[in-house]
Design a protein around this ligand. Structure first.
Ligand code: NDP
Ligand code: GDR
Length: 331
């Protein structure tokens, strides 16, 4: 709690998509928001995200890095947060095969560093771990819930699984109020350009405006359960408001192929995707997660959470945002 009685939150990964939406949610709820900012962060991207949400200048940035335990201890000592959200990660699955050790250091051991710092410095703080549906990987169940066994298929997913179980372990061993959200894919106009939805909405916008002729893509047959980041950060916050820490699946309960998502985006700008989308092997992965479909019943029942945005609405919002960005640059 700050001197003025406002609750305090510390967010790692504040420069990312979810960090921006979560900052907005917490600021709107009257929190003081602190963000972990690593030296190499691109402040332009962060500024664009925060400006987009109307909160530029309202998050206090703290100089640190998840792989430097000393920085986390110093920051927790300074901030004394009531809530800690660990969203920082090497989060791009494809890169994790090229940089498996870095992915492990940040995504797995970084989470452990933060748990350890919380245990030592702020054991009363509530902790959120950004776990992922990628942990299911080669699933054997058609719909994935909190009870579905994990089978990670990428260095990223293996790292997330370590962080997930360490969160459970710190809860059970040390009594930390530590919760994991097993979040399925969630997107927005603030999604990083390397992820498939944003790549597609940006590509459709460019082609529509005559800035590009085609779009190179990978596996169009993969299926994902896509929701909106604005809805999903609400679930993170709700988890930390519960008396008892726990793990929750956050998903929409609907799965769609990449191809259908592409079709929705191109149709919105009046184009037939088949004329513009080309498959390029460079975008295929060494191992694929073919299909993900989450069962959010527990989050609905215990948190009162439900998604509010359909895939179609979200993709249209993203295409419009990309058209707006490109038109502004063309002026
Ligand atoms: P982003 O890729 O947009 O953001 C990742 C964040 O992690 C960035 O702020 C990045 O900072 C930060 N980061 C990277 N390395 C370090 C480091 N060494 N120390 C501190 N911070 C670091 O991810 P999203 O916002 O989409 O996702 C948030 C979290 O949720 C991630 O952990 C992701 O793996 C997880 N997740 C995401 C899902 C999704 O669909 N979006 C689904 C399930 C889980 P910088 O700007 O400096 O690079
Ligand atoms: P994912 O998201 O790997 O599920 O991880 P991404 O958007 O990268 O891929 C989704 C699916 O689309 C297929 N695909 C392509 N992907 C990309 N990026 N680029 C392409 O050109 C392309 N063509 C087809 C992929 O093969 C895959 O099947 C995201 C991240 O946010 C993780 O951090 C998070 O944990 C999971 O979602 C849940």
């Amino acid at each position: 709690m700050g001197l003025n009685g406002m609750p305090r939150a510390l967010i790692t990964g504040v420069t990312g998509q979810d960090g921006a939406y979560l900052s907005k949610l917490l600021l709107d709820k009257g929190y003081e928001v602190f963000g972990l900012l690593r030296r190499s962060s691109s402040s332009d991207v962060l500024d664009e995200r925060l400006r987009w949400l109307g909160i530029l200048g309202r998050v206090r940035m703290m100089d640190g890095n998840l792989i430097d335990l000393s920085s986390l201890i110093r920051i927790l000592n300074e901030v004394r947060p009531d809530e800690v959200y660990n969203l920082g990660a090497q989060s791009f699955v494809k890169t994790s095969w090229n940089q498996p050790l870095l992915t492990g250091q940040v995504t797995a051991l970084g989470a452990n560093n933060l748990l350890e710092a919380v245990r030592l410095v702020a054991p009363g703080a509530r902790f959120y771990q950004a776990s992922s549906s990628e942990m299911y990987g080669l699933i054997q169940e058609p719909v994935q819930s909190e009870k579905t066994p994990f089978y990670p298929r990428s260095p990223y997913a293996v790292a997330k699984l370590y962080a997930h179980w360490m969160t459970v372990n710190y809860r059970e061993s040390f009594g930390l109020h530590a919760s994991s959200g097993i979040l399925f894919n969630h997107e927005s106009p603030l999604r990083g350009i390397e992820f498939v939805t944003r790549k597609v909405t940006d590509g459709a916008a460019r082609i529509k405006l005559g800035l590009a002729k085609e779009l190179q893509m990978g596996n169009l047959d993969a299926k994902r359960d896509w929701g909106h980041a604005r809805d999903y950060v609400e679930a993170m916050w709700l988890m930390l408001q519960q008396e008892k820490p726990d793990d929750y699946v956050v998903a929409t309960g609907r799965t769609v192929t990449v191809r259908d998502m592409v079709r929705i985006a191109f149709e919105h700008v009046g184009l037939n995707y088949e004329e513009f989308v080309k498959v390029d092997e460079a975008f295929l992965r060494p191992a694929e997660v073919d299909v993900l479909l989450g069962d959010p019943s527990k989050a609905k029942e215990k948190l009162g959470w439900a998604p509010t945005t359909t895939l179609e609405e979200m993709i249209r919002e993203m295409v419009e945002a990309d058209l707006f960005r490109h038109r502004a640059r063309m002026r």
